[in-house]
Write a new protein. Sequence first.
Length: 162
Amino acid sequence: MNVDVIYLLKILEVALIASVKFAIAPFEAERYGFNFRESFLITTTGGTFGIIMFSLIGEVIAFAWRKVIIFFEKPLHIEEKPKRKFTWGKKFIIRTKMRFGLFGLIVTTPSIISIPIGTFVIHRFYRKKFRNVMFLMISLVFWSLILNGIAQYLNLSQYLPK
């Protein structure tokens, strides 16, 4: 395979990882030998793509899910709603929203909460989409600087077998 194609596939892989689980992407970029600037650009671009994509798709998924629920509830005449189960993840998200509000969710989305879940939750709780996306991108750039700096400083790929 051509060297340029392999290089582009590595860039695509890091960008796709960044669009879903951002905290892992800078370390993957460092493992592939990207310098700080390349790693920052690739992970930030991938994360931005993920935020925009999941902002658009999240609304469609929520709408379709409501239609599916209504479709199955009407013929079965289900009146009683089952008791909701609160898992650790749901409790963490609600606690963060109640304690820190929009700012807390935006700060934790790229690093602790994954981008798809964080974006979906933020858009469900707070309706101003453009503002939410802008704040998420600012948080993403902030986390990209920090995580790429840590990944380049630690240089963990030197400990991996070749």
